[in-house]
Design a protein around this ligand. Structure first.
Ligand SMILES: Cc1ncc(COP(=O)(O)O)c(C=O)c1O
Length: 373
């Protein structure tokens, strides 16, 4: 018997997650000393120092099982004026998305989202083997009216990331309110706010904490602005009935003890948050302007990355390789479903400078490049 026959077709057809190139492999390949890794929307300042200290303090007790995120849930409930029953903590927001999919999707249910949605969601939803329907972007933004119109009797989950990855675009409060009016209560909306902190000061950005809707679950993470991507800690808010059922499915011992301690301490690290946001705002401006000066289209971003739209797939592949050879690792978006686009995370000021210099060199070396067609 061939092993493959054991695998359902919807798993067989999945593409395994391709991590971006590591700093070490690029260093070796091109014999470079300076590398800027701008491919995974990580915090270039490193982890929150308070979070690191808090993790250290847990080490003597690592022989004990974790308490399932109880302490972090309590802290978050207090911080956001909710009941603990409305809060869940997990191994990153992706961990919680996995639990949502296992908890709420039946075999005949359908998932609805935008084209080229966050790849983590695409993979988790497709691995459930249900129908996965998408609506094209409207000028790189969610087309919320078209999504509302596409809801049918089988739609069970609508996934919205705000700000969106990979475009960096947001939808506004007014747009969401309008959309929400068209969503039946039997449909669960996942509002993925992994990049919330970067957008929250924009007055048009909806703070979903004010949405006390029974069918909306908000997800946030410590992976981005708090610099804890390697620790795997995220959280969600929802109606207590949703959380109660999610907790049945969640692995009882996630998040880990160090991850929970890191999350609690990171929330208190306001100085780090402030520094990270300032650096990022500068980085988004610098990268956007630098790419625009080369005549490139850049989607206005409210997150910690920018997406640039190239004329075609070949040019995107060529640019990716060329900037790599200058020590700049960016994210090609073919796996998301946008082979002609590239996403660049903000780095330190030095990283961002290296990045724009590399892009300039690519275009200088290709005078009359196809972008001018
Ligand atoms: C929209 C979105 N949601 C979730 C995540 C994953 O977050 P976590 O590290 O908490 O699983 C990411 C990470 O890139 C993301 O872009």
């Amino acid at each position: 018997m061939k092993a493959v026959s054991l695998v359902p077709p919807y798993i067989e057809s999945l593409r395994p997650y391709e991590a971006g190139r590591s700093i070490e492999s690029v260093r070796q390949q091109y014999n470079l000393t300076r590398i800027a890794k701008l491919a995974s929307n990580e915090n270039p300042l490193g982890p929150s120092p308070k979070a690191v200290e808090a993790m250290h303090r847990t080490f003597d007790n690592l022989h004990r099982y974790p308490n399932g995120g109880l302490d972090l849930r309590r802290v978050l409930a207090e911080e956001f004026d909710l009941k603990i029953e409305n809060v869940i903590a997990g191994s990153g927001s992706e961990g919680i998305i996995g639990n949502i999919i296992r908890t709420f999707l039946g075999d005949r249910d359908e998932v609805l989202t935008t084209e080229a949605a966050f790849i983590g969601f695409q993979v988790l939803a497709r691995s459930r083997g249900v129908l996965y329907r998408t609506i094209p972007y409207d000028n790189w933004h969610y087309d919320l009216p078209a999504l509302a119109a596409a809801i049918n009797e089988n739609t069970k989950i609508i996934y919205l990331a705000n700000p969106n990855n990979p475009t960096g675009a947001i939808f506004t409060k007014a747009q969401f309110d309008d959309f929400y009016r068209h969503v039946p209560e039997r449909v669960l909306i996942i509002l993925d706010e992994a990049y919330f902190e970067y957008a929250k000061d924009n007055p048009r950005y909806p703070d979903s904490m004010h949405y006390r809707y029974d069918n909306v679950i908000t997800l946030r993470t410590f992976s981005k602005v708090y610099g804890l991507a390697g620790v795997r800690i995220g959280y969600g808010f929802a109606h207590e009935e949703l959380i109660r059922n999610l907790l049945k499915v969640k692995l009882p011992f996630e998040p880990s003890t160090p991850a929970q301690a890191a999350g609690i301490a990171a929330l208190e690290d306001k100085e780090f948050l402030h520094r990270s946001l300032e650096l990022n705002a500068r980085g988004v401006r610098y990268l956007t302007e630098g790419l625009q000066e080369l005549g490139l289209t850049v989607v206005p971003s409210e997150a910690n990355f920018v997406m640039t739209v190239l004329p075609d797939e070949e040019e995107a592949a060529r640019i990716f390789e060329e900037v790599l050879s200058h020590g700049v690792i960016v994210r090609p978006l073919a796996a998301f479903g946008l082979p002609h686009c590239i996403r660049i995370s903000t780095g330190t000021d030095e990283d961002n400078h290296l990045c724009i210099e590399a892009w300039r060199k690519c275009y200088a070396a290709n005078v009359g490049a196809s972008r001018r067609r």
